[in-house]
Each structure stands twice: as C-alpha cells, then as structure tokens.
Design a protein around this ligand. Structure first.
Ligand SMILES: *Cc1c(COP(=O)(O)O)cnc(C)c1O
Length: 327
C-alpha cells in the first residue's frame, strides 16, 4: 500500500453500494426533542442498531468485498477488541470465507460469544490488544491469510465514511459531529466525508482518559505507545500501530479538537442513555454523550450529531453501573 495514497470522498461514495448491500442505514434521532438536558439540537446517529451491534460492519464489508478472489479463497485473519471481529466474522461467513479472529484475554465474554456465533474462529492470544495484534501478524506471515486491519486501511476508512454522508443527508444543517476515537478509522472516514461535503463542519473526537493513544500522539506530533488500562470503553483500548499509514495523518489534518472523559463520566452517560433514551449503549459508544454531559464540548445551540458507535455491552455489568450511578 503506497504511503502517499489519499482517501477521498469519491472512495467513500464508491464504497456505499457495497456497504449498503449488507449494512443497515441507521437512523439519526433528534435526542433534543426527547430530552432537553443536552440542548435541543443534539442528534444521535444510532450505530448501536447496526447489524453485529456496531458501525465496524461498514468498514469490514468494504475491506472484504474489495479483496482479490485468491485472497477470499485463502481466508482472512483479524485482531479485534470485539466489534471489528464480530463484523469480520459476519461478513466472512456470509461470503463463505474462513476467518480467524485474535483477541486479548481482556475482551468481554459477550463479544467473544458474539464472534463465535457469527462463525469466526477465535484465538485468545496475549493480555493486551497489541499482543493479540502481534500474534495475528505472526499467523498471517506463516499462513498467508489476508490480514484485515481494524482501523488503518483505506477501504475500511472509506466504509466508515458512509456514516458522514448519511449524517449530512439527514441533518443538512449539521455544525458539529462528535465521534468516539480509538485507532481513528471511524473519525478519519467521517471527517473526509464531512470536510468535503460541508467544509465548515467541526469534527470532534472523544476518548477515555485512561489510555487515549491518538490524543497523545496528536499532541506529541508522533505516534506514542501507552500501557493498556481497563476501561468501561473497552472498544477504545489499544494503540494506533507503530507503522500507522493513514489514520494518524488524517486525524492530524482533519480533526478540529479532541477531548477526554473519565470512567465516571462514561458510566453516568451509559445510565443517562438508559434512563432518558431506553437504549443500552456500550461504554466506547457513550463517550460523546459523556463529553456533552460533562460540558467538555461547547455546542451553543448549534446542530450536533453524536455518533453512538455500538451496543455490545454485558448486561450484568450494566446493571451494576446502573446501581452505582442511577439518579
Ligand atoms: C472500534 C470502535 C470505536 C473506535 O473506532 P476507531 O476506528 O478504532 O477509532 C468506537 N466505538 C466502538 C463501539 C468501537 O467498536
């Protein structure tokens, strides 16, 4: 893959037919009508309703559908904090492609069960995302399976970018889009779409403060590595890759701001969404609402879209959170 390759709005438009042949066009709901607490102009893009329970499906579809036939035949391998693995398992099974998903021992049980149910072969390898990633790369080089990047791939980024197009279609006057960030594939795709369709839209990233690798990399102007700590936002744990080809540069150029939220703010946002919206949203997906509730993003009655990225959360743990933060 040439390092200089740029991803454009055309790539996102091109991906759309493939993505929509499998994915669901999720609604953008005016949350402000239901609940004034965040301001009347806050909208939620509900990718928690996406098949497989997260937006990761979009990128995985475009990544897999663009593989050459010989690689489809060989099979694919991925590393995942859960949701990319569910998406890869789902799309691979649908297309009759064998898939192996490497995960760390920290990945929640519900996500591992979800991947198995969808037909992926799961290997638990290492205690961190980065260890599982090294393991997957080793198998890749021994077997020749195609490695499916979880965030740093042009086809994947283009697939995630379809969310940006849908937001503009559903809310043409959008001013600010708030996006959870881990490896940055999602926010890269969305930012490319938005900055091309509506150059004045602000794109704001949110991560958890326990290990925000992209945030610190952007501040340092180079890719940093951080120790992986447990978080309610389990989907956001992990590095951005020592050899990051795309997302770091795209984020550097296109993200307007990034903010961080605490574990308590994430827990409160999950409970808030359950109480006011009757939706069970996973920690990594609740960080945008967490940042708004904590007044960390100034929205001044502007039209805001918050991407709710996924809903794959263990119910047991959510009840515990509910008891801790209700009211
Ligand atoms: C993967 C994921 C993210 C972050 O996406 P990146 O492309 O890695 O930045 C956010 N929320 C959920 C639920 C995810 O699964």
């Amino acid at each position: 893959m040439p390092v200089s390759q740029t991803i454009t709005i055309q790539d996102i438009l091109d991906s759309r037919k493939k993505v929509m042949s499998v994915a669901y066009r999720t609604p953008l709901v005016n949350f402000g009508i239901m609940c004034r607490q965040l301001g009347k102009s806050v909208h939620l893009k509900l990718e928690n309703l996406q098949y497989t329970g997260s937006f990761k499906l979009r990128g995985a579809i475009n990544e897999i559908m663009n593989l050459p036939p010989s690689q489809k035949k060989m099979g694919v391998i991925a590393v995942s904090s859960g949701n990319h693995g569910k998406a890869v398992s789902f799309v691979s099974s649908k297309m009759g492609i064998n898939s192996i998903i490497c995960v760390s021992s920290k990945v929640p049980k519900n996500k591992i069960e979800g991947m198995k149910e969808l037909g992926g072969r799961i290997i638990i390898a290492g205690a961190t995302f980065d260890e599982a990633s090294d393991y997957a790369h080793n198998i890749q080089s021994e077997t020749g399976l195609r490695f499916l990047e979880p965030f740093d791939d042009p086809f994947l980024i283009a697939g995630q970018g379809t969310i940006g197009i849908e937001i503009v279609e559903d809310l043409p006057d959008v001013d600010i889009v708030i996006v959870p960030v881990a490896g940055g594939g999602l926010i890269s795709g969305i930012a490319i779409a938005l900055k091309s369709l509506k150059p004045n839209v602000k794109v704001i990233g949110v991560s958890m403060d326990t290990g925000p690798v992209m945030y610190h990399s952007l501040r340092a102007g180079r890719i940093v590595e951080m120790e992986e700590k447990d978080s309610l936002a389990d989907a956001l744990i992990g590095g951005i890759g020592k050899n990051n080809f795309f997302t770091f540069d795209i984020c550097r150029k296109m993200i307007d701001d990034m903010v961080l939220v605490t574990e308590e703010e994430i827990g409160r946002a999950m409970v808030f969404l359950l109480e006011k919206f009757h939706m069970l949203v996973e920690g990594g997906a609740a960080v945008g609402v967490a940042a708004l509730l904590a007044n960390k993003i100034k929205i001044n009655n502007k039209n805001v879209a918050v991407v709710i990225t996924g809903g794959n959360v263990e119910i047991e743990n959510t009840f515990k959170l509910y008891q801790k933060y209700m009211g």
